[in-house]
Design a protein around this ligand. Structure first.
Ligand code: GRF
Length: 189
């Protein structure tokens, strides 16, 4: 009997994707949310982790590879869920193929530095695209460039605003991310 894969989640914001993972893996034999690491002391995600009894760390310097590696500890899989900082090269190479990120658009479009939250959805609507969606990809040394693992598409409705589109894309994220984590955990475990 193998023990559940230890998952570490990196956050910077409210943590609704973290909540989707906490809910999906509460009593799972496949994966366990073992620790939550934040780049911000005031991230709402930290309260969600504490309510679920998951240990948390707030980074002093997100550019410090040694600090982040120490915080990740014996994690086997790393998930970036609303984490807004670039992961240091040494950490990326240590977790190559075992570190993933969720992005609220259909990469490779609408990704890169500055492309987060409201900015992404405003750019998608301004482009006249007919659909958007969520992407889960492996993390490499460049924001939002790593190999795409899975996507879920969301149709753009007449009259959509960045907020209404963001809300529907977030629902897709909450379905897609636990599914990909489960699949990877079963491969790693
Ligand atoms: C999500 O849309 C995610 O794709 C993006 O940041 C947002 C974070 O949301 N990277 P939350 O903190 O998980 O609620």
């Amino acid at each position: 009997m193998t023990s559940p894969v230890r998952v570490a989640v990196l956050v910077s914001g409210g943590g609704t994707n973290l909540q989707a993972l906490l809910d999906a893996f509460r009593d799972s034999p496949d994966a366990r949310i073992a620790r939550v690491i934040s780049s911000r002391r005031d991230a709402g995600a930290l309260q969600r982790a504490s309510r679920a009894g998951v240990p948390t760390t707030v980074l002093h310097n997100s550019r410090d590879a040694a600090e982040l590696l120490a915080a990740l500890g014996d994690a086997q899989l790393v998930v970036l869920a609303g984490y807004l900082k670039l992961v240091p090269r040494a950490v990326v190479s240590h977790f190559r193929g075992r570190m993933i990120n969720i992005h609220p658009a259909l990469l490779p479009d609408f990704g890169g530095p500055g492309m987060y939250g409201h900015h992404v959805h405003a750019a998608v609507l301004a482009s006249g695209a007919r659909e958007s969606g969520a992407t889960v990809h492996f993390v490499d040394e460049v924001f939002d460039r790593g190999e795409i693992i899975a996507q879920e598409k969301v149709r753009i409705e007449p009259g959509d605003t960045p907020d209404t589109l963001a809300a529907r894309v977030l629902e897709a994220e909450h379905r897609l991310l636990p599914r990909v984590v489960l699949d990877l955990a079963r491969r790693i475990g």
